[in-house]
Write a protein that binds this ligand. Structure first.
Ligand code: XIL
Length: 474
């Protein structure tokens, strides 16, 4: 469950000489603000004063530790599973889902009146072994099946999903990180978001990453361009998560609030999703204060989650980066966060809630569990000529459905294919293919098929799902 590679991951190191000045200035601002209502005595109560949440990552294995669970229950109202909803935990064998540990955390949260952030549906890291060895269309379909399966299991219970985690490269390129998922085609991210929306229309859908806190970083700009593009094309995205893992080599940037503002201006919520700041004493406290203040200053910054309860619970325990010490005592950083939250209670407009971009079904979802199995790859109809195509319905809900089309090459193989969707089908949401009107053609990576070989593409349809059908393929 704890791949050392993740812990060793490099962070970019950018010195920020101006940050000390900015921290002092913000400290003064916070001190003179006049609370408009009774101060909260816990992080969650103080955050509620401005319509925000305050969350923590929880490890299921620690829930039996009463010091841990007492603090967690008292202070936080948003819960993220630190590892238990990741791909390796939830689908250890292909298409055999295991929600036991994720459900423990979800149930604990629900029993204690808390909301849950889902983390994470698709990621290059912490993939189960079977997935690490996959590529191409097989991997694309397995990833989409995973997104659908997990989001369906938790349907209606998740405040926001980190649909895709850490897909951008560090350094100066501003481009995508290489990974097996990226090599299935760079539209894998939007395909994952569409599948997540189809499976759980009520959850906010977030893109989550680290080293995206400094507005001037190429990586931040790359993510910004993607979110902007998604918004302009109607790809369903509701929020951006800034992990915000800080240390002296990767400090809180002076322009952190600018980054939050710019993303928010695209029409998405911003959430600080994995906050930890290495350090101690007043210097650490000032950094936590600065992050908290930056979120409070932006209406669409809807909440802050710290990545663990006590320093000893942290994935970076040696950096003592959290709000409680190993004995569960409140640190100076805790007081700084609490006071900052209280200083603006009632003075910042409550964040607007984000309706999903595409109109989701609002009526009762089907009672029966939608299928979470992989698209059919078995015995396609035999063909002698060019190709055949078969439509099946992978998932449906009032007002929409997810279709899967399996394309099979005839005896001479294919260098490309075109499939005509049934009359009345309306979609601009296609993955593993390119849509133009009612015709879907192959993506660059799945046009070549040997004799009898199959590939598939998926789409989201509006309205009632048509029945399974044989489609025209050329
Ligand atoms: C970390 C967990 O805290 C560790 O327990 C685990 O060993 C590795 O993953 N970015 C993320 C989180 O999105 O999922 C990571 O969590 C920390 C970095």
């Amino acid at each position: 469950m704890t791949p050392p590679s993740t812990l060793r991951r490099g962070r970019s190191h950018v010195a920020r000489g101006a940050s000390a000045v900015a921290i002092l200035a913000l400290g003064v601002t916070a001190a003179v603000a006049i609370p408009a209502q009774a101060a909260g005595s816990t992080l969650q109560d103080a955050a509620k004063g401005s319509g925000r949440y305050f969350g923590t990552a929880i490890a299921a294995s620690r829930l039996n530790d009463s010091t841990y669970s007492t603090i967690a229950n008292r202070e936080f109202n948003m819960i993220t599973a630190e590892n238990e909803m990741k791909m390796d935990a939830t689908e250890p064998n292909q298409n055999q889902f295991n929600f036991s540990q994720g459900d423990r955390i979800l149930n604990w949260a629900q029993q204690n009146g808390k909301q849950v952030r889902g983390h994470a549906l698709a990621w290059y890291s912490q993939q189960p072994g079977w997935m690490q060895n996959m590529s191409g269309t097989q991997l694309r379909n397995a990833m989409l099946n995973h997104v659908t399966g997990v989001a369906t299991h938790y349907k209606g219970k998740i405040y926001a999903w980190d649909v895709v985690n850490e897909a951008f490269a560090d350094g100066s390129s501003g481009g995508r990180r290489d990974s097996n998922l990226e090599r299935t085609g760079s539209d894998w991210i939007e395909a994952a978001f569409r599948a997540a929306r189809a499976a759980d229309p009520g959850a906010k859908l977030c893109y989550n990453d680290y080293n995206t806190d400094d507005w001037t970083h190429a990586k931040t700009q790359g993510v910004y361009r993607m979110v902007s593009d998604f918004k302009s094309r109607g790809v369903p995205i509701d929020c951006v998560g800034l992990q915000s893992h800080f240390n002296p080599q990767s400090p809180v940037p002076a322009n952190y609030q600018t980054t939050i503002e710019r993303f928010a201006a695209l029409g998405v919520d911003v959430q600080i999703t994995e906050l930890d700041i290495e350090g101690s004493g007043q210097q650490q406290a000032e950094n936590f204060r600065k992050v908290t203040q930056a979120c409070l200053n932006v209406a669409r910054c809807t909440g802050i989650t710290v990545w663990g309860v006590r320093d000893t619970d942290s994935w970076r325990a040696s950096g003592t980066p959290l709000l409680f010490d190993g004995s569960g005592n409140k640190k100076a950083a805790y007081t700084a966060v609490l006071d900052t939250l209280n200083s603006v209670s009632g003075t910042t407009p409550p964040p607007t809630s984000t309706p999903p971009v595409t109109t989701p079904p609002v009526t009762t979802p089907p009672v029966t569990t939608p299928p979470v199995t992989t698209p059919p790859v078995t015995t396609p109809p035999p063909v002698s000529g060019s190709c055949s195509a078969a439509l099946t319905i992978a998932n449906s809900w009032p007002g929409g459905y997810q279709g899967t089309v399996t394309v099979t090459a005839g005896s001479s193989g294919l260098n490309g294919w075109r499939v005509t969707l049934p009359g009345g089908v309306s979609t601009n949401n296609v993955w593993n293919g390119n849509v133009s009107g009612s015709v879907v053609s192959n993506a660059p990576y799945n046009g070549s098929l040997g004799a009898g070989q199959s590939t598939s593409f998926g789409f989201i349809g509006q309205g009632n799902a048509p029945g399974a059908a044989t489609l025209t393929c050329s």
